[in-house]
Design a protein around this ligand. Structure first.
Ligand code: ATP
Length: 234
């Protein structure tokens, strides 16, 4: 579904990705794990069109989307759930969710998806008229996920959804992400919480300073001595 080949990109003098190649098959939950600053967020930003690639290609469903504008990427069916949630704090929960569907014109489909999001996250339904900025961190993360789903994406990019959340909420977050994938939406998940992501995923990549150094099933990476030593506390 998504194929990135030899991607190089960065910021000014910093080269964040030094020839990254990954594949995401339709229906899979793929995890991209690695330390702080390895280039995980940059990979998602490059897919979304937020960071221009210097070289390499990004193909989605056979179409070259390398360097495409963010709204075009979204139009092709790729939603980005960014790090730090980035909900609009002054706007209500309902308004934030409506924004996720801003490109859609199918009123009935939007209403059905909204009902689905509220069904999945009853806390958001209860607080639909409340300003998003007054929600707890976990609720804001649910809102960011809900907003991404409102575009009815084929592929969702999740950037550190567990960041800053209490352990019981983190567990719920990962189970929601698995449910999203099982319902037919392909997922590319970036996580610093390597163990949880590797347990959850169908396929995983380990990124170190801008390059993929390991690839395989989550179980294979969990069993890998280098991964165990460097990322799973032995
Ligand atoms: P983190 O979990 O800390 O976000 P990451 O694996 O997502 O880590 P990136 O955010 O992709 O890493 O960063 C990769 C490299 O690019 C790092 O060296 C980082 O300092 C640098 N970088 C990221 N964003 C910028 C920016 N806006 N300007 C300059 N350098 C940046």
């Amino acid at each position: 579904m998504l194929e990135i080949r030899d991607l190089v990109c960065g910021y000014g003098h910093v080269t964040a990705l030094k020839g990254l190649s990954i594949r995401v098959e339709a229906g899979q939950l793929v995890a991209l794990v690695g330390a702080n600053g390895a280039g995980k967020s940059t990979t998602l930003r490059a897919i979304s069109g937020l960071v221009p690639p210097r070289s390499g290609t990004i193909t989605f469903e056979g179409r070259d989307i390398t360097g495409a504008e963010p709204r075009r990427v979204l139009g092709h069916g790729i939603a980005h759930c960014p790090e730090g949630r980035r909900v609009f704090p002054q706007m209500s929960v309902a308004e934030n969710l409506a924004l996720g569907a801003y490109r859609r014109r199918d009123g009935a489909g939007i209403a059905a998806d909204l009902a689905h999001v509220y069904g999945e996250f009853p806390r958001l339904a209860e607080r639909r008229h409340q300003a998003a900025g007054t929600l707890s961190g976990g609720e804001q993360q649910m809102l960011a996920i809900g907003r991404a789903l409102m575009s009815r994406p084929k592929l969702v990019l999740f950037d550190e959804p567990s960041l800053g959340l209490a352990p019981n909420i983190v567990e719920r977050m990962f189970s929601v992400i698995r449910t999203i994938c099982d319902a037919g939406t392909t997922v590319l998940l970036v996580e610093q919480n390597a163990f949880a992501a590797l347990e959850l995923c169908d396929h995983a990549y380990l990124l170190e300073t801008g390059r993929i150094v390991r690839a395989g099933s989550g179980a294979a990476l969990i069993a890998d001595p280098h991964v165990r030593e460097a990322y799973l506390g032995g």
